[in-house]
Design a protein around this ligand. Structure first.
Ligand code: PLP
Ligand code: COI
Length: 339
């Protein structure tokens, strides 16, 4: 039965898709991905994903363009990042071709869930890789399952292009400098919940500093940080943060607009010299920051209550490419040919 979906009021929440896609890896071989209506796993209680956190995931979107065509945005980068995450947790990487096939199958089986153009909603795909070998002894498994879960979503932050306030936390580290922060693995998110939930309880989002010295900006909750200083686009260099595909795209767009793009350690106090700041990621694209609070140092950094001009331009430039309103010079979008 078709679901009635209020496309314009979807938040970043799960809507049950009709089909998900699955493919298992056993005895050194990946099976062909297949679509199924069954959303439950018959998983051994001692599977390595449950016992030792052998799990990685991804997040990417399909957009219904102004021309009615469906565009998948930079899925190859998500496939590569999931391969790095798999290697980081000693899992079997999902081959690029299988990843692409599974995404296209999930899309073609759930075409009704691609939101119409103009609603602000998109079809989000959550690829997931889990270790399924039963193990009690500490160590990696040999069997894996790759799953793609599609779900239509609205903007991550409600409101059109709205500002967020961050609070600095020096009591919980999200990821160690040489740990798993650079991989998209569930453990990083569970590790951040104490800090993010404490921030939410006060009405803020959490700004993570580098875990070694608590001097440099690492990440904005589950998003990369961007700061604008004069004509410079600044973003942190850190081995503990996720290499964001959105940030990479925005850096290229900033360079094209003649900006200097710098990735380096950014001291928290440098926020004072920035005219604009934002969090960026697939879910929100850009979420401008109005204020960063550092209660322990009795300091706050202000960027105005309205999104600044540089980040606003970059936000629209990226969205125009994703929705087919601007030329896709970088070949970031794959137009999916569907019957
Ligand atoms: N940092 C973290 C921890 C994330 O979970 C995400 C989301 O995927 C990002 C940054 C942004 O990455 P991307 O732009 O590839 O979505
Ligand atoms: C993003 O996609 O931007 C994220 O922050 C990922 C999160 C929803 C898990």
């Amino acid at each position: 039965m078709k679901q009635e979906i209020d496309w314009c009021n979807l938040g970043f929440h799960y809507t049950e898709p009709e089909y998900i896609v699955r493919a298992a890896y056993h005895n050194g071989v990946w099976e062909e991905p297949y679509a199924t209506k069954d959303k439950f796993l018959h998983l051994h209680v001692s599977a390595t994903c449950l016992q030792y956190g052998q799990e990685a995931f991804e997040g990417l979107k399909a957009f219904r363009g102004v021309d009615g065509k469906i565009r998948l945005f930079r899925w190859l980068e998500n496939a590569k990042r999931m391969q790095r995450s798999a290697e980081g947790l000693y899992m079997q990487p999902v081959p690029t071709e299988l990843f692409g096939k599974a995404i296209r199958l999930a899309l073609s089986k759930n075409l009704d869930l691609v939101p119409p153009y103009g609603t602000g909603a998109t079809l989000y795909f959550r690829p997931l890789l889990i270790g399924t070998t039963p193990r009690l002894g500490v160590g990696p498994g040999r069997d894996f399952e790759f799953i793609v879960i599609p779900s239509p979503i609205g903007p991550y932050y409600p409101g059109k292009f709205h500002c967020t306030t961050f609070i600095v936390n020096r009591h919980v580290d999200r990821a160690a400098p040489l740990g798993t922060g650079q991989f998209k693995v569930g453990g990083n998110y569970a590790a951040s919940f104490r800090a993010t939930e404490a921030a939410h309880a006060q009405g803020y989002d959490c700004l993570f500093l580098d875990a070694k010295q608590h001097k440099f900006i690492d990440e904005c909750s589950a998003a990369n940080f961007i700061g604008i200083k004069g004509n410079e686009y600044l973003t942190p260099r850190s081995t503990a943060i996720l290499p964001s595909i959105t940030n990479d795209s925005l850096m290229k767009l900033a360079k094209e607009r003649g900006m200097k793009v710098t990735r380096r350690h950014i001291r928290l106090e440098e926020l004072e010299q920035m005219s604009e700041a934002a969090a960026c990621g697939t879910a929100c694209v850009i979420s401008p920051i109005d204020k960063v609070l550092d209660p322990e140092r009795n300091k706050s950094y202000h960027f105005g209550n309205e999104p600044g001009p540089v980040l606003t331009e970059l936000y629209h430039a990226l969205k125009d490419i994703q929705y087919g309103r601007a030329k896709d010079k970088h070949h970031w979008c794959e137009i999916v040919d569907l019957p």
